[in-house]
Design a protein around this ligand. Sequence first.
Ligand code: ADP
Ligand code: MG
Length: 700
Amino acid sequence: MSTLLQSPIEYLKGVGPPKGELMRKELQVHTFGELLHYYPFRYVDRSIIHKIKELNPLTQYIQLKGKITGFRQLSMGKQKRLLATFKDDTGTVELIWFQSVDFILKTIQPNVELLVFGKPTIFNGEFNIAHPEVEIFTDELKVSGKGLQPVYSSSEKAKKKYLDSKGIVRLTHVLVAQLKEKDVPEFLPKAIVQQYRLCSRFEAMVQIHFPKSEALLHEAQRRLKFEELFLIQLQVLKVKSNRNEISKGFIFEKIDNLFDHFYHKQLKFELTGAQKRVLKEIRRDTLTGKQMNRLLQGDVGSGKTVVALLSMLMAIDNGFQACLMAPTEILANQHYESITEALRGMNVEVALLTGSIKGKARKFILENSAEGKIHILIGTHALIEDSVVFKNIGMVVIDEQHRFGVAQRAALWTKNEKPPHILVMTATPIPRTLAMTIYGDLDVSVIDELPPGRKPIRTVHRSDAERLRVFGFMQEEINKGRQIYIVYPLIEESEAMDLKHLMDGYESISRAFPKPKFQISIVHGRMRSADKDYEMQRFVKGETQIMVATTVIEVGVNVPNASVMIIENAERFGLSQLHQLRGRVGRGAEQSFCILMTGAKLSHDSKQRISIMCKTNDGFLIAEEDLKLRGPGDIQGTQQSGVVNLRLADLVHDANVLEAARTTAQNLLENDPSLSKPEHQQLLQFLKEETKEKIWGKIS
Ligand code: ADP
Ligand code: MG
């Protein structure tokens, strides 16, 4: 890195030690280099001159041309204040100064043509502009205009010490004036720069702070976004190729025994085209000699479980064990039961291990797993514990992967000397751009087709006032023999209140649907797991018609006869959670319904979420909308990954740039995996220095 950019920030002209301290603490800017990367978050166009009559409450910054017709001074105790009446040919606005009053009076004369720039606010129904920038309108200004001005974000504390946007502009200006080509040398290979017609890094750095025109700003942004995403893609793809080099995977040659038998004799339905395609992808992976690391995305109800089961049978056919990890006990139980049922009559040993299996039963399972007598071990994160040992685990399936941290996943990796094949499944579709970034080191399979005969779920929005009508509808459905879920929010911060709502709801439903004609199950997180299980089982077996629950039933539960999902306080759930919950119905051949209950008053965002839910059943579309509404930071699973702290690029709007960056990185690594060709040396050097990651080898 250039010595200029490594210099501590206080050495920049105009900074000094106290301000340097403030910049480190408040803006996380320690060096010249970090200031250079402190990009403006927007720009104001000072080449446009507005009229006073255009002022409206939404105006951010505005540039006006006119004359001051008179000054007034007010003093309130020690506080002096200067007011000026500023006019153009369309109206009047007041300018205000709380500081530098004498200076202003000395330098600005009334009735001289001025350019005024600032942020209008409304006080007592009138617009005024506090501390505007004022300059005399000269012919020279008329010609050049002032172009795009950068606006930087700052903190309250920094603003008080003159480190507001304007203060930062002064500093970046000093820095950019000193900047030379050699301080920000090009590191992208020539071929790539040419292919995408990127401007140089130097040019980009200058233009991003002080753009000469809209077009040049756009070029600078395009270059820097590409660079940012390209570097991330190079990292994740390198991690992937390193892993492929280091870890050889098991080869599953034979599938002629259990797999074939199950597929041809035991399976009750024909796999969908998408299921077959994914299965082929997994089959191919397990024949290559590489370790599979595959993410399987499929909307709720798309039939991921049977794909997982067939993958596990591939392993068992070749003398290996398999395991399936689920995020909750309810789900682990359900997998255990459905898989035991599916494999009935076959010679496969299936066992269940959860936190509530203790004592002798636990010991028995642990022993049999270690001896290789258990073929498929299903469980919760209890599977990660050190006491769980396999003789030879060949296939690990992780269901609803977003609920597990990265560390938990890694723990299962290492249960063997040689790593097993890994299949992680998620029903929370991840927008493609996010998947490429967070899970960029995994191969991705998608089940984009639902089993035949499913009717799309009808979703409606009802307000609390319409509850009686909803009860009437529930009656009708129950009379047809259907079952109903009613879900209440439960979050830790308001747990006591939420639990009360749930219990109140349960009581009012019990009154509206009295025993013995109606039976109601209730499940929430505070119950003992044996009780939860019992209540759940009653619903699964059809002994109860209504299931009142918190979101513990969010993932995976499969009761095809349930056809109505009622979500209370639907405005409190996020989009992907609503979609998950809705996915609990629509699993049978009957028409299913989802009713979103809310109060009468809704925020703009809540309204939008509810309306998206009523419009579409497409999980991928919903995930995209979710990303747009909330930004990537809030999407489940992204926090741990850290890779979404992008400076400039954004995963919603820059999908095209990301695609290009990914393809380019892929081609580059294919053509020169260790970046050893001469034309890639600058890039390699940059990666080693900047990323501090060991994947590129030691710093030479
Ligand atoms: P998810 O992908 O949400 O985990 P499941 O694996 O639980 O979905 O499957 C949902 C339901 O669809 C199950 O009852 C399963 O038996 C059934 N199913 C899966 N694949 C098919 C298929 N190809 N044809 C018909 N039913 C299927
Ligand atoms: Mg599932």
